[in-house]
Design a binder for this molecule. Structure first.
Ligand code: FES
Length: 161
């Protein structure tokens, strides 16, 4: 016996229930999936003021190293990064703070008292006391942090996207 090319009433009801069930499932399920996945898609932007203590603790004319750590959350991953800076107090109230990250390939620079320069041993980069390029492959001077002085306390702005 040949089967009718048309849907039976029972098949139509099954098909419609399936379609409606799928739509209802999507309506209920998608926000839940989004809620579960949202931490993985979220990255936090780091924008914080880091206190370096009283300015008077730093000698005038001598780059002084300071290091600190900050944690950052990317999705479900939490990382702790360490930062190093040089504080160069130029007068009683004037100060510049440099990153100690070489602008070539991100090795750490060190202050060399004997030659009065920051030195990166990775590829022999030299920077002057104000972060300017002396010699080497680095494309730009040492990066500077935005500074803030409040009640004699020095802070720098840590900004990462
Ligand atoms: S990373 Fe500093 S010179 Fe290459």
């Amino acid at each position: 016996m040949a089967k009718s090319p048309h849907l039976s009433r029972q098949d139509f009801v099954k098909f419609t229930a399936g379609v409606l069930g799928s739509i209802m499932g999507a309506i209920v399920g998608l926000p839940a999936i989004g809620y579960l996945l949202s931490p993985a898609l979220k990255t936090t932007k780091l924008d914080a003021w880091v206190s370096l203590g009283p300015l008077e603790n730093y000698p005038i004319g001598v780059p002084t190293p300071f290091s600190f750590t900050r944690s950052k959350v990317n999705g479900w991953e939490k990382t702790v990064n360490s930062y190093g800076v040089f504080i160069l107090r130029k007068s009683e109230s004037e100060v510049v703070v440099f990153s100690n990250v070489c602008t070539h390939l991100s090795c750490r620079v060190a202050w060399k008292e004997d030659i009065q320069q920051y030195y990166c041993p990775c590829h022999d980069a030299h920077f002057g006391i104000n972060g300017e390029i002396i010699s080497g492959p680095q494309p730009r001077p040492l990066d500077r942090y935005e500074t803030r002085l409040e009640g004699g306390n020095l802070s720098i702005r840590l900004l990462e996207g």
